[in-house]
Design a protein around this ligand. Structure first.
Ligand code: PRT
Ligand code: ZN
Length: 294
């Protein structure tokens, strides 16, 4: 039995960069030869297998790979299509490759709501998810399965509407389509096989997960430094998003001022910085945090 972990990740595409970046930030040295389908990571006994995203659920379910990183959309579609996926378990949402599976129709047509789809044709790469959704909504419509270029199906008169992934919405707009319903939200998920592992392998996953959790936590977390009037400390601390107790330090030669440092665990928006300034804060610096633990 393999002692290290084998992780299936997308070879090329919208999940590939995010997957590599996350694993690198978790301490894996990934030196990939161009064209190579596998790569042994440095730092931990982990091997990566580079594949098409559609193959990831089945590779993990069959136990060929121990872990995989795939879109929730692909995992759900595969789970509905085969019973094999019972051997697969979600470990973590990973906070990248966000998108939404949406229903859309030509903007100059008359499909504006789900009920308008009754008896019509809908093109999609996600026929299982769509069929389930339509049943829940009591709509009888025909699914037209397409592997790609779903958004041109209405113009080709292949379908009346589409059900496709959307992130910025630019593709829908470029094809004269408007969305009118959301079928599911998706992001990259880390999944594992439910096959029984050795204690050493479980321990390795626990170690990797602690690091991944640290990477994810540090993404939204920032370190903020500012100078503030002493009498505004309470007000300023109150508006820092998700801040622990700040560190307050004296400023040389400024009796009425202090330096305030804090870790903010939620996104700091420009609005917050403006509010801090209104309360007298000066020299405000927001710094990224590279790693966090504990
Ligand atoms: O070759 P392989 O089979 O591995 O890749 P693929 O071509 O099947 O998938 P890929 O790389 O396009 O997407 C991989 C995963 O990224 C998807 O399964 C989703 O989980 C996620 N993801 C995130 C997206 C998008 N955003 C996305 N915008 N997948 C596809 N799109 C497409 C969408 O289908 C549409 O054509 O991008 C277009 C819309 O984008 P916007 O920005 O114009 O709205
Ligand atoms: Zn694919």
């Amino acid at each position: 039995m393999r002692e290290g972990l084998r992780i299936a990740i997308q070879k090329k595409g919208r999940l590939a960069d995010g997957s590599i970046k996350l694993l690198e930030q978790a301490g894996l040295g990934i030196f990939r030869n161009p064209g190579a389908l596998t790569c042994r990571a440095r730092g931990l006994p982990i091997e990566l297998l580079f594949v098409r995203d559609d193959d990831i659920p089945s590779l993990v379910a069959k136990g060929v790979c121990d872990l995989g990183i795939a879109g929730e959309n692909v995992l759900r579609e595969e789970a509905l299509a085969t019973s094999e996926q019972q051997n697969l378990q979600t470990v973590r949402p990973l906070g990248f490759s966000f998108c939404e599976l949406k229903l859309a129709a030509p903007k100059d047509g008359n499909i504006r709501k789900i009920a308008d789809l009754q008896g019509l044709k809908i093109a999609t790469s996600y026929p299982q998810i769509l069929a389930k959704y339509l049943t829940q909504e009591n709509i009888k419509a025909e699914c037209v399965p397409l592997k790609g270029a779903v958004e041109i199906a209405p113009a080709l008169e292949l379908a009346d509407a589409i059900c496709d992934l959307v992130s910025s919405g630019a593709t829908l707009a470029a094809n004269g389509l408007v969305d009118f319903a959301s079928v599911m939200n998706s992001e990259a998920l880390l999944v594992r096989s439910t096959t029984k592992w050795t204690p050493a392998k479980e321990a390795l996953l626990a170690r990797l997960l602690r690091r991944i959790d640290g990477v994810i936590a540090s993404r939204a977390t920032k370190y903020i430094m500012l100078n503030a009037p002493k009498d505004a400390i309470a007000q300023i601390t109150a508006i820092l998003p998700g801040a622990d107790a700040p560190t307050i330090m004296p400023l040389a030669g400024r009796e009425d001022q202090v330096a305030l440092h804090a870790v903010c665990r939620e996104t700091i928006f420009w609005d917050t910085l403006e509010q801090l300034e209104e309360r007298g804060a000066q020299a405000i610096l927001v710094l990224p945090i590279e790693k966090m633990m504990g």
